[in-house]
Design a protein around this ligand. Sequence first.
Ligand SMILES: CC(C)(COP(=O)(O)OP(=O)(O)OC[C@H]1O[C@@H](n2cnc3c(N)ncnc32)[C@H](O)[C@@H]1OP(=O)(O)O)[C@@H](O)C(=O)NCCC(=O)NCCS
Length: 179
Amino acid sequence: MSAVPDEPAVRLRPMVVEDLPEVMALERRLFPHDAWPEQFFLDELDHTQGERATRRYWVLTEPVADDPRTDERLLGYVGMMCVLPLADVQTIAVAPEAQGRGLGTRLLRLVVDTAAVWGAEQVLLEVRADNDGAQALYTREGFTHIHTRRRYYPDGTDALIMQKPLTDLNAPSSASQLR
Ligand SMILES: CC(C)(COP(=O)(O)OP(=O)(O)OC[C@H]1O[C@@H](n2cnc3c(N)ncnc32)[C@H](O)[C@@H]1OP(=O)(O)O)[C@@H](O)C(=O)NCCC(=O)NCCS
């Protein structure tokens, strides 16, 4: 697995409601045809709260020195749903001007690692069949194409379901090894 360059200025933290104006601006830039509505993010963030939380959302930001209105700029975000034994990458996005420097890899690995800590057996995601860049990232990170949802997107493009196993699903479980 290749290393992600360490960028000390880049900060990773949980997404909060106050991030949504910047998140929505980036969402609309990156997904002009199927951007999530803001309410969808609000509902997702609701599910990050409490002991029975099924979601985690993070943002990557960098400091800005030249804007009196803010001290940080959004570089990207990612969301995970985990209802055992499955975890899903709900969304992943990196600002166009910050792409290609390892941030997407970092966000994806964060979901995979968190899913493993939560005890998920596999991570699933959905990607447009015409999104070669994202598919290259997922393949490099150990995801394989397991299913196609024909004409899933509003413009008729297929959705590819990709999966990364976190455990050897054929291995005997520790419970059965005890017998
Ligand atoms: C997909 C995305 C999150 C990747 O983020 P990123 O920060 O550019 O990713 P990285 O810099 O970690 O690159 C990782 C790998 O992604 C692949 N990749 C990313 N963009 C690519 C592109 N435009 N063309 C080809 N490969 C690309 C490459 O395999 C790259 O590995 P490499 O650097 O060894 O060649 C980002 O391009 C993005 O936000 N795209 C628009 C939104 C989107 O499509 N999200 C995914 C929805 S399923």
